[in-house]
Design a binder for this molecule. Structure first.
Ligand code: FES
Ligand code: FES
Length: 174
């Protein structure tokens, strides 16, 4: 048995230490934000944040989580609410600015890759509030083990959404 911290809550899971974190999140904890794409750290669909850093959960063993904080797509609103010091009542009806921007830009096409895109955007914007286009492209292509892939070709919309999210975050949300 292992205890992991997921979206601010300690969860006990019955899984061998070498189980991919993605399987634990999806199958044991029923968090369906992270997707199984390639299973080889080559697409980004499975991304989550581990202590604020994007990781590929398909190749990360459960044991690597340790006492670190895992944030999935489902946990982004609470992450933002905590960063902004919102009350519990306001937090419950809050979207993370990245999610809000994705909606406003109508970014997803089939949507399969978009979990990883929003996780990467969150990591980037927490580090660099107003990234340049070049910095955004770098984040999504060469900063991780592989580029984040979108077979539908939503890349231009993602660029717009990241910039919109940065602007929303700069003014404190919606
Ligand atoms: S499913 Fe993990 S990177 Fe593709
Ligand atoms: S929106 Fe379909 S794979 Fe990216």
């Amino acid at each position: 048995m292992a205890t992991i911290l997921v979206n601010g809550v300690r969860r006990e899971v019955q899984a061998p230490a070498d189980t991919p974190l993605l399987y634990v999140l999806r199958n044991d904890l029923e968090l369906s934000g992270p997707q199984f794409g390639c299973g080889l750290a080559q697409c980004g669909a499975c991304s989550v944040l581990l202590d604020g850093k994007e990781i590929r959960s398909c190749i990360t063993p459960l044991s690597a989580a340790g006492n670190k904080e895992i944030t999935t797509l489902e946990g982004l609103p609470a992450r933002w609410a905590q960063q902004k010091g919102l009350s519990a009542a306001n937090a419950a009806k809050t979207l993370h600015p990245v999610q809000q921007a994705w909606i406003e830009e109508q970014t997803p096409l089939c949507g399969f890759c978009q979990n990883g895109m929003m996780i990467k955007a969150t990591e980037l914007l927490e580090r660099t509030a107003t990234p340049t286009v070049a910095e955004i492209k770098e984040a999504f292509t060469t900063s991780g083990p592989s580029p984040h892939l979108c077979r539908c070709g939503s890349y231009a919309a993602i660029l717009d959404a990241v910039q919109r999210a940065g602007a929303l975050m700069a003014k404190g949300g919606k």
